[in-house]
Design a protein around this ligand. Sequence first.
Ligand code: ATP
Ligand code: MG
Ligand code: MG
Length: 353
Amino acid sequence: GSTIGILGGGQLGRMLSAAASRLGLKTHIYNDTPDAPAFHVAAKGSVGDYDDLDAVASFARQVDAVTCEFENVPAAALEAAGAEAPVFPPVKSFEVAQDRLTEKDFVSALGIAVAPYAAIDTLADLKESILRVPPPCLLKTRRFGYDGKGQARIHTLCEAESAWESIGEAPAILEGMVAFERELSVVTVRGRDGTVRFYDVVENVHKDGILDTSAVPAKIPSALETEAQAIAGKIAEALGHVGVLTVEMFQTGGDKPGLTVNEIAPRVHNSGHWTQDACLVSQFENHVRAICGWPLGDVARHSDAVMTNLIGSEADDWRRYAAEPGTAVHLYGKAEARPGRKMGHINRISPKT
Ligand code: ATP
Ligand code: MG
Ligand code: MG
């Protein structure tokens, strides 16, 4: 049997490992701390720094293919791994997704709408650019942001300076606030042979910058669903992506709906967790299939689903959820329920409408 190496040991790595295991494959996890959720499920775990290129290379030598479960893997680590084993998704997907400025440039160059934006390197940049990208707007660090971290909302011009300080004066991007009707995402999988499949479009609700619920079907016209999938397909193609790719979008406009891309994730995604219980083949299995060069699995949805994240102490109620009919409970085995920490999720399943 083959072994898949996964850089990153969070819950996404854990669920990838479980899916690989069902296909008779082993996983070997590389993570920078020992207390990682994926270590409990994988056949093997290694602890090492992502900047320790010798350690990353020796990890890659022990496996048949390398993938990642988080997008901030240093490019040098991907290259070190790539010298020893095939790495999927390709480095290009990470380069684009790791930097919000590169990402916006890339997506808009494909003729896809994004929020108005400007590159910000200094407070002077911000003071000048805010005239072109006026409040309400958002200042976001270019790199390393997740769950809404590294972001500051600017409601009026006089908040610019405090926003700049609050994000740590790091290289940033200023984004116009999009007045959206709803947030959508498309979970896409692209195989090594270029085959592309799309899961049904997901409707997402965020709470305090963190994903709260993901529902399918999204309450959108079918033409918009097709358009959303076409956008995701165009991006996956342009990247030469292999594996799962998720594209977050805003639906704008009342009667004449349009789509604006927010960001992309070159990996399995929280808004795709419903596929575990509402599809024959989940996003996790399809990612494994894609990177191993297997035929992609059926992405058809057999049920309606609402995924709800269990954040922090919300996971304490797992017994109540476990007793609910039509509900599948997924827990990540994290010991400490810190506020804002993703501890698990539930998928509430109902007959397809
Ligand atoms: P993730 O955990 O999804 O990676 P992130 O920290 O990378 O999140 P974003 O997805 O950019 O952050 O923003 C988090 C949320 O903030 C979005 O889902 C959306 O609700 C809101 N948001 C971000 N950018 C904008 C924008 N330009 N206009 C309106 N809302 C926005
Ligand atoms: Mg993000
Ligand atoms: Mg996001």
